[in-house]
Write a protein that binds this ligand. Structure first.
Ligand SMILES: Nc1nc2c(ncn2[C@@H]2O[C@H](COP(=O)(O)OP(=O)(O)OP(=O)(O)O)[C@@H](O)[C@H]2O)c(=O)[nH]1
Ligand SMILES: [Mg+2]
Ligand SMILES: [Zn+2]
Length: 315
């Protein structure tokens, strides 16, 4: 049995890198062998409800991009026989064993959205990943417009997120960006049309990835990239992924939500188990009044809280 690293998946066909030889091969996953034994706290087990967790012994795993696997040759075909435990397991984009996520937002086309940003910070926070924010298409707006956005995003820098500004067409901002990829598996995530593939092409022109102008009528992308793929870069890998047009919370509980608004940890609230929504004397609400917490962040927190609570009622 040999060990491999999955760099691509298209229609059931996997591209693997043989860890030992570095040779790239094509393989399939054998349905029956996709079952693996899992421990109670295994990452594979994360999305299983608490109640069923104890009895759960084997679950079905589909290998995905970023997975380390065992594979073997049978007749003329390579088969993946086992998926090794994952360090983390992103659903959107669908990639395993990620060191860092670059969350791309364009200034316009599509328009920058603080709601989408806050939502994504929660979802990635659940995976224990603190994304790097990348703002693209800075060439498409006036200096004042960009300054205004940069001022708002200062808040995010202050609470601990790195923010980069780029123009992939003229490779502006790339000198500072390139070093963050060293030795890491990085994933580009973001709405369709924000410029993920264009960013990769700017880093590696030889890739010649397909990119496409977003639709003027809809101010929306067209899902140009159709599959996730890892490309070697700077002693690591960068993953181009299909953009999304909509995202939802799936496994989060409303009581957990506050853990992923990382500034709450710094703001003192005298109430234990406070929801920080409308409690009289809540420290978070005080911090908003004192301009220490960004108002739109808190509004998004409350709206996400309600979204999660309402979703629960449906089931
Ligand atoms: N002016 C300008 N245009 C950009 C920039 N980055 C990307 N674009 C353009 O935006 C459009 C969409 O870019 P893509 O790279 O295809 O976007 P994507 O995020 O890969 O989209 P999906 O594959 O659908 O998820 C293309 O026409 C790009 O040329 C930028 O920094 N400045
Ligand atoms: Mg793309
Ligand atoms: Zn509070």
């Amino acid at each position: 049995m040999k060990k491999g690293f999955i760099t691509r998946l298209i229609a059931g066909q996997y591209q693997l890198k043989d860890i030992e030889s570095g040779i790239i091969i094509e393989a399939k996953a054998r349905g029956k062998l996709r079952f693996v034994r899992v421990d109670k706290d295994d990452t594979f087990n994360k999305n299983i409800g608490e109640r069923t967790k104890k009895e759960q012994k084997t679950i079905q795993i589909s290998p995905k991009v970023g997975d380390f696997v065992y594979f073997e040759k049978q007749e003329d075909q390579y088969f993946i026989t086992e998926v090794l435990p994952r360090i983390n397991d992103l659903k959107r984009p669908d990639v395993a064993n990620v060191d860092q996520v670059l969350l791309l937002f364009s200034v316009i086309r599509p328009d920058f959205s603080f709601t989408l940003l806050d939502k994504f910070l929660v979802i990635l926070g659940q995976e224990n990943l603190k994304p790097v924010l990348v703002v693209s298409k800075i060439d498409l707006v006036s200096e004042e417009f960009l300054k205004d956005l940069q001022n708002k995003l200062k808040y995010y820098e202050n609470i601990g997120y790195d923010v980069y500004y780029i123009n992939s067409k003229q490779r502006i901002g790339f000198d500072v960006l390139t070093h963050i990829f060293k030795d890491k598996t990085s994933v580009l995530a973001g709405q369709t049309g924000v410029g993920k593939s264009t960013l990769l092409n700017a880093l590696m022109p030889e890739l010649n990835l397909k990119t496409q102008e977003i639709s003027d009528a809809l101010n929306r992308g067209k899902h140009t990239t159709r599959h996730s793929e890892l490309y070697p870069f700077n002693e690591g890998y960068i993953c181009d992924t299909p953009g999304f047009s909509k995202i939802d919370f799936n496994t989060i509980r409303e009581s957990e939500l506050k853990d992923y608004f990382i500034e709450f940890q710094e703001i003192e609230c005298k109430f234990r188990d406070c929801k920080h929504i409308n409690e009289l004397g809540c420290g978070v609400l005080e911090a908003i009044k004192d301009d220490e917490m960004m108002k739109s962040r808190h509004e998004n927190y409350v709206s996400f809280y309600n979204e999660i609570a309402n979703r629960k009622k449906i089931y």
